[in-house]
Design a protein around this ligand. Sequence first.
Ligand SMILES: Cc1cc2nc3c(=O)[nH]c(=O)nc-3n(C[C@H](O)[C@H](O)[C@H](O)COP(=O)(O)OP(=O)(O)OC[C@H]3O[C@@H](n4cnc5c(N)ncnc54)[C@H](O)[C@@H]3O)c2cc1C
Length: 274
Amino acid sequence: MQSAALAATKSDAPEFPVPANTYAETVVSVTHYTDNLFSFRITRPAAFRFRSGEFVMIGLPNAQKPVFRAYSIASPAWDEEVEFYSIKVPDGPLTQHLQKIQPGDTVLMKQKSTGTLVLDALKPGKRLWLVATGTGFAPWASLLRDPETYEKFDEVVVTNTCRDAADLAYGNHLIASLHADPLIGELTAGRVKYIATTTREPSAHMGRITTLIENGELFRMVGCAPFDPEIDRVMICGSMAMLNDVKALIETHGLEEGSNAKPADFVVERAFVG
Ligand SMILES: Cc1cc2nc3c(=O)[nH]c(=O)nc-3n(C[C@H](O)[C@H](O)[C@H](O)COP(=O)(O)OP(=O)(O)OC[C@H]3O[C@@H](n4cnc5c(N)ncnc54)[C@H](O)[C@@H]3O)c2cc1C
């Protein structure tokens, strides 16, 4: 097993060659929220193009064959930097090292991004629901800051469900910063509804998102009718169990799953494998 010291730092620049079709970018900033969650921003290669909501493979230059993992891009397509929101898995092959990165360090990023959580995979609608648990919030941080989201939808409802209140910090901060954003502040005013819930620690709003959909509480909080295929489009990102449960629930309302090849009413992507 590699020691944490192998993680590249500015003083101990990578000795290993950069793999093919991979960018080597510089960490610009790192923010830690809890013992388990942090976000970071890296420089953006001029040639790197992606659609808001997509994911890309990232790694560290700490081995001949570095470990790469899928990461949702949390910054919007227009941003000059690339942002990620990450879990810290204590023995995780990537994140045991990644959680120690500092400004000036190098992060590897594969050149090709992909994914189903893109506006192109949805048919036109009026209200966009962005449903996340845990780090599944990352693609929403991208889409919520993209003007195209507000060109295509009148209203956006974003849900953020975590065990403890502290785990909601990244999402809370992102939502608070939306209105202050010079580029999209005007677009988002009065059009974004944010529903943050906890499942373990007592908070203002408690409950699993599936429970809140089933008992109608989610729609009462938003002040709208339940999912309607004429109006509502849904994106879901989180654990496999949550995806399957929410997917089954929204299918009972007549919404159909879409993809890049066949846009429809909702799309799903898991936030991690496991
Ligand atoms: C399409 C896709 C997009 C992803 N986007 C992100 C992202 O934006 N941010 C992010 O932190 N991770 C994301 N992941 C998970 C990521 O690829 C890695 O699994 C994660 O960074 C941990 O890597 P690791 O090598 O340290 O541990 P791994 O060996 O990958 O995982 C170790 C254990 O931790 C669990 N785990 C891994 N990731 C998470 C997570 N995010 N939340 C809760 N439990 C987890 C796994 O189920 C596994 O049991 C995404 C995965 C996929 C498939």
